[in-house]
Design a protein around this ligand. Structure first.
Ligand SMILES: [Co+2]
Length: 90
């Protein structure tokens, strides 16, 4: 999970304006302490056998998460795959 505890910067050129909760201190601190619990509240349950890592971005160091290809999308074109990616993607 990628967070920014320092300044809540957000990749707005890619994802648009951030949701309001993104800057809330309780979200920023809990995302670091309990990323699995926070993701669960957003409706994404991470299996217990999946390792959790939290990366805190800074103005000098950014992270980009490349998602796995969703099941059943093997025949989609690049454009069709790109259309699946929104800030609401899980
Ligand atoms: Co920041």
């Amino acid at each position: 999970m990628v967070v920014c505890t320092l300044c809540s910067c957000y990749p707005w050129p890619v994802l648009g304006l951030p949701p309001v909760w993104y800057k809330w201190p309780p979200y920023r601190s809990r995302a670091v302490i309990d990323p699995r619990g926070v993701l669960k509240e957003f409706g994404t349950e991470i299996a217990e056998d999946v390792e959790e890592r939290v990366r805190d971005s800074t103005p000098d160091l950014r992270y980009l998460v490349l998602p796995e290809r969703p099941a059943g999308t093997e025949k989609l074109t690049e454009e069709e795959l790109a259309a699946l990616v929104t800030k609401h993607s899980r």
